[in-house]
Design a protein around this ligand. Sequence first.
Ligand SMILES: N[C@@H](CCC(=O)N[C@@H](CS)C(=O)NCC(=O)O)C(=O)O
Length: 199
Amino acid sequence: MKLICHPISPYARKAMILARLHSIEVEEIYPEKDGARGYLAGDNPLGKIPALEWQTGQYLFDSPVICDYLDSLGETPILAKDKHSHFLQKWQHALGDGLSDAVYNYRVETARPQKFHWPEVIQRHETAIVQSLDTLEYICDWLGGPWTYGNIAIICALDYAGYRAAHLGWQSRAPKLAAWHAGFKGDAAYASTYGYPND
Ligand SMILES: N[C@@H](CCC(=O)N[C@@H](CS)C(=O)NCC(=O)O)C(=O)O
């Protein structure tokens, strides 16, 4: 299966981690441009990554759908079956993705030339980032480890926030969360998908 992805994308990285956790062979293909610089021509009509070729010439997106599919291929899926845990993990996954969305939107907004910046919109995205961090700090004891269906999205979002919204210093704002996150650094799936230039 081809996975159109890039480790800088927190959405794509979730799929890259899940493929490793379940030892699923995927051919990872990195496209050349990112969203701040133009439409990503490819196999997703929305022009986004990730996209997974699950049948010849047919691509699954977006990332939660790909994650569900990859997890279903695993011998022991990590998404809990019990209804309560299942929806808690889905909710955590959505919170992680929502943090990534806020960082992504912040990045797209601030990648414009300064004269086109819209301070209210930038502020709106920053508020979503800090409120998500505060919520994650509050629920930190329930995030589990090493990997759950929920915390995959959170780990990927935090690394992305550290890269694209470094000025917010998420680790100082959410110290318990930072300590929890640090516990993943020695993990093989974490380390082999970490794609940010400086840390
Ligand atoms: N909701 C989508 C978001 C995917 C997304 O926004 N990916 C970004 C990379 S981080 C992208 O491909 N952007 C290209 C663009 O928007 O042109 C998902 O979960 O897959």
